[in-house]
Design a binder for this molecule. Structure first.
Ligand code: ADP
Ligand code: MG
Length: 240
C-alpha cells in the first residue's frame, strides 16, 4: 500500500515539477497500474528504430498511437492505428502517424509514438472521475460512443464507493442489457467493471490533486475474463 502510493506520488510530482497539468497516456496508465487497475501494455518509442525494438518485446499484432501533449483526441488526428501485424507495416505506420499529426496540428510537440499491446474487440465502457467543488471526488460510468455522447446514458456516484454501489451504477444505465447479455450474447464481466469503478473512486478520493480521470475505453470481456483500460487521461488540479 505504501509503495503503491509512493509510485503514484512520484508520477504526480514529476508532472508538477515540469509544470504540466496533464499526464501522458503512458504516465496515466502507469499510475492506474500502480493502483491495481488493469491497463494494456504500453511503451513510448521516440523514433522508428526504438519502435521496432519495443515491438519485438510486445509482439504483433499491435497498436500504435501518437504521443503528443498537444493532441488530446488521438483518433481525430488520425493518430491511432490498430492491428499492425509486421515490422514493415510498423515502419510505414510510424511515418504516417507522425505525418498525420503534423498535418492535424503543425505546431504540436510530438514525443513519438506509443507501442501498445493489441486487445481483441470487446464491449466498451467509460469510467471517469472528477473533483466536484462541493461534493469532492465523483465517479461516472457509461457505455462508450453514442450511449454517452448522444444519449447521455451515464451514472454518477460520490467516492469513495463500495463494490455494491459500483454495481448499482452499472445496473442503472439504460444500456445495461448490453452488458448483461441480450439475444444470446453472453454476459460481460460486470464484477470486473464494478471493481474497476470502485478503484477509480478510491484513487480520486485519496488523491484530490487528480482533477479529472478518463478511462475511455475500457474493454470488457465476457464473464470471468476481466476488463482492461486501453486509453487513459489524467489531468491535475490544485488538490486540497
Ligand atoms: P482517442 O485519443 O481517440 O480516444 P484511443 O486510445 O481511445 O484514442 O483509441 C481509439 C479507439 O481505438 C478506441 O476506442 C478503441 O476502440 C481502439 N483501441 C485503442 N487501443 C486499442 C488496443 N490496445 N487494442 C485494440 N483496440 C484499441
Ligand atoms: Mg480514448
Amino acid at each position: 500500500m505504501a509503495s503503491q502510493k509512493q509510485k503514484i506520488l512520484e508520477i504526480l510530482n514529476l508532472a508538477k515539477s515540469e509544470n504540466r497539468r496533464e499526464l501522458s497516456e503512458i504516465e496515466s496508465k502507469r499510475l492506474l497500474e500502480a493502483w491495481g487497475i488493469p491497463v494494456n501494455r504500453t511503451a513510448l518509442a521516440r523514433d522508428v528504430e526504438e519502435a521496432v525494438k519495443i515491438a519485438r518485446e510486445i509482439h504483433y499484432p499491435l497498436v500504435i498511437k501518437i504521443a503528443s501533449p498537444d493532441i488530446i483526441h488521438k483518433s481525430d488526428a488520425k493518430g491511432v492505428m490498430v492491428g499492425i501485424s509486421s515490422e514493415l507495416e510498423l515502419r510505414q505506420a510510424f511515418k504516417e502517424i507522425i505525418k498525420n499529426a503534423q498535418t492535424y496540428k503543425p505546431d504540436a510537440r510530438i514525443l513519438g509514438v506509443t507501442i501498445q499491446e493489441y486487445l481483441p474487440p470487446a464491449r466498451e465502457v467509460i469510467v471517469g472521475a472528477v473533483q466536484d467543488p462541493s461534493f469532492g471526488a465523483t465517479v461516472m460510468f457509461g457505455l462508450g460512443g453514442i450511449w454517452v455522447e448522444v444519449l447521455k446514458d451515464i451514472s454518477f456516484r460520490l467516492a469513495p464507493l463500495t463494490i455494491e454501489e459500483a454495481m448499482e451504477m452499472i445496473k442503472e444505465i439504460k444500456g445495461y442489457p448490453v452488458l448483461a447479455g441480450l439475444r444470446g450474447t453472453p454476459p460481460a464481466d460486470i464484477e470486473a467493471v464494478a471493481s474497476l469503478i470502485q478503484k477509480v473512486g478510491q484513487l480520486a478520493h485519496e488523491f484530490p490533486e487528480i482533477a479529472e480521470m478518463d478511462l475511455n475505453p475500457v474493454f470488457v470481456y465476457n464473464s470471468g475474463k476481466g476488463a482492461v483500460a486501453v486509453d487513459a487521461r489524467i489531468v491535475l488540479g490544485e488538490g486540497k
